[in-house]
Design a protein around this ligand. Structure first.
Ligand SMILES: C[S@@+](CC[C@H](N)C(=O)[O-])C[C@H]1O[C@@H](n2cnc3c(N)ncnc32)[C@H](O)[C@@H]1O
Length: 219
């Protein structure tokens, strides 16, 4: 998906992927927390970042849309500091218990040095990898690997018959996970749930079955 596709979604408020409540597996994720700092790629204005930021010393995130970054803080009635950093705007809030920096711009161009959260982090992926078509997946994963030498990735996936729906979202099954993360030290399925109502965030998907899973991937 190109940048214009996502900018249009935000400008026209077509953000059915945005979940209006916290993800029910955040407590399970907390039990497997492995590092002090968290990275959230393609973060949108995910509410999950608030409880997650309370559990980590620092949270850094990446998001293309200015609207998402502005609304994330506005809806929480908090005022971020906004700095221009080359091709990016950095929205940051350092107020206990939060240390949040959202880098507004292209995830694929970010460097570890910019993020300043170290080489060993936890990563929370909700609706990031599944937002990307198969052709962009390898670049997405290889950028994660370039950004962080060691990581514990919490990856939420959806599985369905892709013939029934043109993405996003894109279905990701165990085989894709194993291929994409063949370099990882371990891959563990932490949870899986059949979404019988076929509801993903604010969308009802026209598919005959829908399964959400949470993988724990370490490298
Ligand atoms: C499906 S949404 C998921 C947002 C969020 N993770 C959530 O759960 O609500 C995908 C997000 O990725 C952002 N995005 C897409 N391509 C990007 C890129 N190259 N760099 C940064 N953000 C990107 C979009 O603007 C959009 O907000």
């Amino acid at each position: 998906m190109e940048a214009d596709f996502w900018q249009d979604k935000w400008v026209n408020n077509l953000i059915g992927f945005h979940q209006t409540d916290y993800h029910p597996w955040l407590d399970l994720i907390a039990k497997h927390k492995n590092n002090a700092h968290l990275f959230v790629p393609l973060c949108g204005k995910s509410l999950d970042m608030w409880p997650l930021a309370q559990r980590y010393d620092k949270l850094a995130a990446a998001e293309l849309s200015e609207i998402a970054c502005v609304d994330f803080f506005k809806e929480a009635k908090l005022q971020p500091q906004v700095d221009s950093k080359g091709l990016y705007n950095r929205y940051s809030l350092q107020r206990s218990p939060f240390d949040i920096s959202i880098w507004q711009g292209d995830y694929f161009g970010l460097t570890n040095q910019q993020l300043a959260i170290g080489q060993q982090v936890d990563i929370f992926d909700r609706a990031a990898m599944i937002a990307l078509p198969a052709l962009m997946r390898d670049d997405y994963v290889s950028q994660l690997k370039t950004l962080f030498k060691h990581a514990t990735l919490f990856l939420l996936t959806l599985e369905f018959d892709q013939q029934e729906l043109s993405g996003p979202p894109f279905s990701i099954d165990e085989t894709v996970i194993e291929q994409s993360f063949s370099f990882a030290d371990s891959i563990e399925l932490l949870a899986t749930s059949e979404l019988s109502d076929k509801i993903f965030a604010q969308r009802k998907l026209k598919v005959s079955h829908l399964v959400e899973s949470l993988y724990l991937i370490k490298w």
